[in-house]
Design a protein around this ligand. Sequence first.
Ligand SMILES: [Zn+2]
Length: 475
Amino acid sequence: MSTNILYTGDNLFFLRGMNSNTVDLIYLDPPFNSKTFYSAPIGSKAAGATFEDMWTWDDVDKYFLEQLIDDYPYLVQFIDSVDVINGEAMMSYVTYMAQRIIEMHRVLKESGSFYLHCDSTASHYLKIICDRIFGKKNFRNEIIWERIKGAGKKSQHSPKKWGASTDTILFYTKSNDFKLKPYRKYDKFELLEKFPKTDENGDRYYDDSAHIFRSKSLGARPNLCYTWKNFKNPNPSGWTLSKKRLQEEFEKGNFVITETLAGPKLERRKYQKDHPGHSLNNFWEDIEAVGGDEDTGYPTQKPLKLLNRIIEASSEEGDLVLDPFCGCATTLVSAQRLGRKWIGIDVEEKSAELVMERLQEEGKLFDKFIHSNNFPRRTDVEDIDIDDKNIKERLYADQKKKCNGCKDNLDIRHFEIDHIIPRNKNGGDYYENLQLLCANCNRIKGNRPMEYLLMRINERDKLFTKKIGFSKRAD
Ligand SMILES: [Zn+2]
């Protein structure tokens, strides 16, 4: 797949068209209030509308409900309980997010990282969703970003809560083998202060010769006492490192023998290149909210510094960064400046205009990128011949001779092969996307999602409820 692409449309369909294991880093800052967000002119504040107004079961893509039910039954149980605890709006929202996070997890490389930006409205629900999809052992951190200094957001008169001033970023990886440099680089002044010396190649270092030998007070260590290139430990406490390690460090240039009037002198050097910066913890209070020239007027714009930190820490030059809710393109700008490749997706046409504008303002950096409304097509799944008799037999056995709609037990010749996700919704000719339906069910379903068929069957059975797809099949 060629990269540096801006897609406009529903990210679920684009994600489904991407090959598995191709992305190094995903950052997403999904909307809480989708409809207002989508329909509001860019620059208008989408604030004011409440969460409940925004999410309904209609926001959930019915085409992919079956996948959720079949592949993640426990997730479905959890989502059902969200309905009881928090109501339908939250249930719809977490379902919408779960469908997309499943695809993000799939397209992420085994060494990839995932950062989900949210706030306390939904962070605890989303964490359980991510624990299920990524596996709880791959949860790394909850990063708290102090978005607003001072008292934060609260009601002015007789406050009912503490001021809210932080966002939450959930950090997951796909496996235990991933890239992470959790540092803040030294600034110019810190560099001069910390690494005052320069070697013959121009590399900065500080003299750490005070740590060649262990201090006498540490007591005798016979196994660290030795002679190396005529240098000998001055007391029985010995060297700070073994002879083997000393030789290795010498070969790396971290120990240097210099000639002085008093004879050869051993110098230990700590180079800047081996010390990337200040170690960071999970509380980020040093990045201010967007302001000044950087402000595009986009309601949920995040500062470049925030994205720079994430991209620098969890990817390398040439890596592919994906932002499936790219909004006003902060992630893409950051990725481009840092020499990463990128894919951005946003549903809103207006967002695309703003992105184009911003990318062009970045000047020559953005000469080459593609803007597309067309779904990509996966090239890593084997298209199969659906007329192949074996495929039908395999499906028949997998479905235990039952129709996937009405559940009737029928002879194989009464079944037809159906695309669970129709071709016009970017569903392909691969095995996982195929099922057997009896001729009657197939006719009812047509190009519609499975939920429609199940609903019709249940209308017939006078058992219809809106969430039949979930409640009935989660067990
Ligand atoms: Zn049927």
